[in-house]
Ligand binder design. Structure first.
Ligand code: COA
Length: 278
């Protein structure tokens, strides 16, 4: 097992055509601590996001957590986790002056601001800051043994990684209030029912299901994907009339791109599109 707190793997979108680019899988790697987000992990996530944004071969980014592996002799087996939250051991004794700068410039915002599509691949606990990593991604695929929650209330806290805001926009005010007030976990099926996750699979099928989704997304024009993300995001950040104006503008601008011409011609000639931005 590597000591790196964030493992980065590049998977071709299309094995037969390396030109198409890669899906990058970023694995948070502290399985002994259920992948809790300490400052080293947060620093690695921020650096990774800055790097990946500069890499023209990247089409889609998958965030996940490392599996625990078998327990050493005589030790209890650690459970599977996506991320069990911010590292609580780093909270002890801190005051607002210390925590504020750490939480102002954080990994959740770095993930949220990525211009390319992001998917959280969740196998196990996604709690607190882990639930917030998942909701900072565009989509979520979860194994059926996963559990989601915002247990910060039990620490005398509230979510601090954008969770109150992004959860409320994703699953609604009432459901967010219940999660934040009670700190209780919900299972993957309930998370699916309320729209917190897009797909639920058996643990053995999780990676294939997620990568199929990432490859499907990654096969599109990367320029058009970026425009799509920024435009849908406007729905969360502006009024309806302003958002519709943003969409009309983005839609019209795409008519000046080669990829629009390539896509339309490909449809009409019944050929697969070979994007300029691929
Ligand atoms: N921060 C720091 N360490 C954490 C952690 C966190 N958020 N979540 C788990 N760990 C550590 C535990 O301290 C333990 O370390 P140890 O083996 O060195 O003692 C290890 O991960 C395994 O966790 P453990 O609690 O023994 O597993 P469990 O199966 O009994 O319980 C959970 C699993 C997820 C229910 C429990 O770990 C938990 O409640 N974690 C905290 C969740 C939380 O409040 N997150 C919000 C943080 S703001």
């Amino acid at each position: 097992m590597s000591d790196d707190v964030l493992l980065v793997e590049r998977v071709p979108v299309n094995e037969d055509d390396p030109e198409v680019g890669v899906v990058v899988v970023a694995t948070i790697n502290r399985p002994d601590k259920l992948n809790a987000l300490n400052q080293a992990v947060m620093g690695a996530i921020k650096a990774f996001c800055a790097d990946v944004e500069q890499d023209p071969s990247v089409r889609c980014i998958v965030f996940t957590g490392a599996s625990p592996g078998p327990a050493p002799e005589g030790k209890r087996q650690k459970p599977n986790a996506f991320v069990a939250g911010a590292d609580i051991s780093e909270f002890q004794g801190l005051g607002s002056n210390e925590i504020r700068p750490i939480f102002e410039d954080n990994g959740w915002e770095a993930i949220w601001r990525l211009s390319l599509p992001t998917i959280a691949m969740v196998d196990g606990f996604a709690l607190g800051g882990g639930c917030e990593v998942a909701v900072s991604c565009d989509l979520r695929v979860a194994s059926d043994r996963s559990r989601f929650g915002t247990p910060e209330i039990n620490l005398g806290l509230i979510p601090g990684g954008g969770g109150t805001q992004r959860l409320a926009r994703l699953i609604g005010h009432g459901r967010t209030m219940e999660m934040v007030y009670t700190g209780e976990m919900i299972d993957a099926h309930e998370a699916f029912r309320i729209g917190l996750v897009n797909h639920v699979t058996a643990p053995e099928a999780l990676r294939d299901r997620t990568m199929a989704l990432a490859r499907s997304i990654g096969s599109k024009s990367s320029h058009t994907l970026r425009v799509a993300k920024a435009t849908v995001r406007a729905a969360l950040e502006t009024s309806l009339s302003e958002g519709v104006r943003v969409e009309a503008d983005a839609f019209a601008n795409l008519f000046d791109t080669e990829d629009k011409e390539i896509g339309v011609n490909a449809f009409l000639s019944r050929e697969p599109a070979v994007w300029k931005h691929r």
